[in-house]
Design a protein around this ligand. Sequence first.
Ligand SMILES: CC(C)(COP(=O)(O)OP(=O)(O)OC[C@H]1O[C@@H](n2cnc3c(N)ncnc32)[C@H](O)[C@@H]1OP(=O)(O)O)[C@@H](O)C(=O)NCCC(=O)NCCS
Length: 192
Amino acid sequence: MAMIETSRLRLRRWRETDAAPLARVNADPEVMRWIGDGRVRDERQTRAGLEAMERMWEAEGFGLFAVELRATAEVIGFTGLSVPDFLPEVSATVEVGWRLGRPHWGRGLATEAATAAVRFGFEDRGLERIISIVQVGNDASERVMAKLGMRLERDTVDPTCGRPVRLYELTQDRFRALGAATRRVPRNDAGQ
Ligand SMILES: CC(C)(COP(=O)(O)OP(=O)(O)OC[C@H]1O[C@@H](n2cnc3c(N)ncnc32)[C@H](O)[C@@H]1OP(=O)(O)O)[C@@H](O)C(=O)NCCC(=O)NCCS
C-alpha cells in the first residue's frame, strides 16, 4: 500500500524531492512550537527525518505519509502512523500524528488526512488501538484528536523535553461505531 486519496488530498510514500517542501514546513517556528522542545529543523535534519520515516515503513509496514494537495500536487506536510519511541511508557503502541504548513491550516485538511491514516491503521493494518500525543497548549491538534473521536487516556510528561503532554486513544471498535460521525463531534467533547 503506497497511496490513499481523500476528497482533497493524496497520502503517499516519500520521494527525494519532498525534502525541500517539508523543510520549509519544519523551518516555521509557529509550526514547530509544540513539537519536542519547539526548535525548528533545517533541511539536513528534515532529510534525516524523511529517511527515518521510510525506515519505519520498511520495518513496520506503516509510517508517516507525505500529504499532497490533489489539485496542485504540492506537498504540504505529513500525517500517518509511527512508534512513539520518545515516550517509553507507550512505545509498544502506534501513534497517529500530523504536521501541515501554516498556509494550509484551518480548512479541515489535518482531520481529513488523519481520518484516512487512522482508517489505514485499523482496516488495512488490523491495529486494535491507536494513540495520539499532544503537548498541553496545542489546542488545534487536540481538537483534531476530538474530531477523530479520540478519548483522553492520560496526562504525562515527554521525558525528552520535560513538557506536559496528553495521550489520547481510539480503539478500532470505537472508530467503527462512530463511522462518519467522527467528523461531527461537538466542541469540548474530547475525553468525555
Ligand atoms: C495541528 C494542525 C495539523 C491542524 O491542522 P488543520 O488542518 O488546521 O486542522 P483542522 O482544520 O482539521 O482542525 C483544526 C481544529 O482546531 C481548531 N483550532 C484551530 N486553532 C485553535 C486554537 N488555537 N484553539 C482551539 N481550537 C483551535 C479549528 O477551529 C478546528 O476545529 P473545528 O473544525 O471544530 O473548527 C496544524 O495546526 C499544524 O500543523 N500544527 C503544527 C504541527 C503540530 O502541532 N502538529 C501536531 C503535534 S501533536
